[in-house]
Design a protein around this ligand. Structure first.
Ligand SMILES: N[C@@H](CCC(=O)N[C@@H](CS)C(=O)NCC(=O)O)C(=O)O
Length: 237
C-alpha cells in the first residue's frame, strides 16, 4: 500500500498543489493501492510536496513518482502514442510545470486578496505567535524565487499575454481530441489537468480562468477529466 502525501481538497480543487493533482491521477492510472495523507511541508523530505512512501521507500517529486510507478509497478503512461507525440507531450508537461506553475504561484501568493482567501489558510495550523513571522518569511522567499525566475519582474498585462499564449497552445495541440495527445489518455493528461484546473478555478480572483473557459475543447476536457478522476475526493487519513 502506497501512502500519498498531498494537500487534500482545497480552493475547489482536489489538491491545492497542481503537482499533487497530477500525482493522484498517475496513481489512479497505475491502478495501485494507495491511501491519501495530508502533507505537512515541514516534514517534506525535500521541502516540497507531493511525495509518496511505498513499502518504506520515500519518493519525492511528481516526475520521480511517475518513474517509480513505471519501474516498480509496471505502469504504462504512454497511452500507446508514438515517440513524436510523446515528445510533444513532454514539452507540454514542462510548459505547465516550469512556466504556468510560476504564474499560478504569483497569482495565488503575491496578490494580497488571493493570498488572504487561499494560501493564508496554510498558516492557521501554526501557533498564533509565530504565524506573522513565518508568513512574512515564506512570502519573502517566494518573492525572491519569482524575481529570480523572472515572472516576478513582469507586468500583469505581460503575464496575461503569456498565459493566453500557453492556454491557446494547449487548446490547439488538443484540437478536437478527448485527451491532450489524441483519443487516448496518457500521463501528459495528469499534468495538463492539474495545471489547467488550477488555472481555471474561480476560487481566486484571476483573469486566467476566463482564458481557459474561452476554449470549448478545454472546458469539455476539464469536465470529463474531473468526472473520470475526481468524482468525489478521497478522504484523508
Ligand atoms: N518538481 C516538483 C515540484 C513540486 C513543487 O514545487 N511543489 C510545491 C507545491 S505546488 C511546493 O512544495 N513548494 C514548497 C516550496 O517550494 O517551498 C514536482 O514535480 O513534484
Amino acid at each position: 500500500m502506497i501512502t500519498f502525501y498531498g494537500t487534500g481538497p482545497a480552493f475547489g480543487l482536489p489538491h491545492a498543489s497542481p503537482f499533487a493533482i497530477k500525482t493522484e491521477i498517475l496513481l489512479k492510472m497505475a491502478g495501485v493501492d494507495y491511501r491519501s495523507a495530508r502533507a505537512d511541508i515541514r516534514n517534506a523530505p525535500r521541502g516540497k510536496l507531493p511525495w509518496i512512501e511505498d513499502e518504506g521507500r520515500i519518493v519525492t517529486d511528481s516526475r520521480m513518482i511517475r518513474r517509480h510507478l513505471e519501474v516498480a509497478h509496471g505502469a504504462d503512461f504512454s497511452g500507446g502514442y508514438d515517440a513524436e507525440r510523446l515528445g510533444i507531450g513532454l514539452a507540454v508537461e514542462r510548459l505547465c510545470e516550469d512556466h504556468l506553475y510560476w504564474i499560478n504561484v504569483d497569482n495565488r501568493w503575491l496578490r494580497p486578496e488571493n493570498f488572504a482567501k487561499g494560501p493564508a489558510q496554510f498558516f492557521q495550523r501554526l501557533p498564533a505567535a509565530l504565524r506573522p513571522l513565518i508568513r512574512a518569511r515564506v512570502l519573502s522567499r517566494l518573492r525572491s524565487a519569482l524575481y529570480g525566475q523572472g515572472t516576478g519582474r513582469l507586468e500583469p498585462e505581460e503575464k496575461r499575454h503569456l498565459v493566453e499564449l500557453a492556454v491557446n497552445a494547449l487548446a490547439d495541440i488538443m484540437g478536437d481530441n478527448s485527451y491532450m495527445l489524441g483519443p487516448r489518455l496518457s500521463g501528459t493528461d495528469a499534468t495538463v489537468y492539474g495545471f489547467l484546473a488550477s488555472l481555471e478555478s474561480d476560487f481566486f480572483d484571476t483573469p486566467y480562468g476566463e482564458m481557459v473557459r474561452a476554449r470549448p475543447g478545454l472546458r469539455t476536457y476539464l469536465t470529463h477529466m474531473k468526472t473520470e478522476f475526481f468524482p468525489d475526493p478521497k478522504p484523508q487519513v
